[in-house]
Design a protein around this ligand. Sequence first.
Ligand code: HXC
Length: 257
Amino acid sequence: SEYETILIERKGRVGVITLNRPKALNALNGQLMREVVAAVEAFDADDEIGAILLTGSEKAFAAGADIKEMQPKTFAQVYAEDLFSQWDRLSAARTPIVAAVAGYALGGGCELAMLCDFIIAADTAKFGQPEIKLGVIPGIGGSQRLTRAVGKAKAMDLCLTGRNMDAEEAERAGLVARVVPAADLLEVALEAATTIASMSLPIAMMAKEAVNRSFETTLAEGVKFERRVFHSTFATADQKEGMAAFVEKRAPKFVNG
Ligand code: HXC
């Protein structure tokens, strides 16, 4: 493979990306950031891929940005290179991305999971924004995405004390969509991604775009946006096929058009 810090696999129409820096608990260094972004963009551009699954190891999804790489940097350097801004490119991906999280998802690791469309967590998962303990604050969107996911009370608690929350608390708070036994994590997450990839890709993209719109606009504008996109689904062959299949009591055959 062209990558050194991640593993890439295709499982049917699902593109699987596994973070693979085991000696550093998948800490996010510059190379890993470039490789994850490149791999997501390559799958996103691939018509044969209908969903992306991002995962780490049993012990760690990712234990944060690479502290050893960051330590020597000056303000002028991090400002000039706009450190971590490349992660924003993941939000531009249109293919749905599922995060499967076991073990530590701390700092940049929690932020990377939140950059995905939803999180399926193993019962071993631990989420936190411990940056304050290092004398910094979240830098890959944590203060914004965590607050939108769990509300001000828990976001402030986590960002100010640096404590971790376990998978149960994360599910109760709305950060994760499902918690499953660790042994079942990959199977369940792959099943979810495979289900998504079996839908019409353009329609799945529209659903993702509509949900994401709710974070960027007012309720009235968001509802109007949704309705217009809903109307536009009637311009697709897959809407005709999906509704015909229901009426004819058979499985739909989507053509992604
Ligand atoms: C670099 C890391 C790392 C990290 C772990 N390692 N996390 N290296 N950056 N974020 C390395 C360790 O140095 C060690 O390497 C190896 O991985 C194994 O880690 P241990 O600490 O020995 O494992 P363990 O005792 O099991 O503890 C696990 C842990 C702990 C609780 C997750 O590693 C930890 O606290 N890590 C840092 C978590 C953190 O603060 N994350 C936020 C980072 S800041 P060696 O070579 O010593 O064996 C961040 C900011 C984002 O993400 C944007 C704003 C700046």
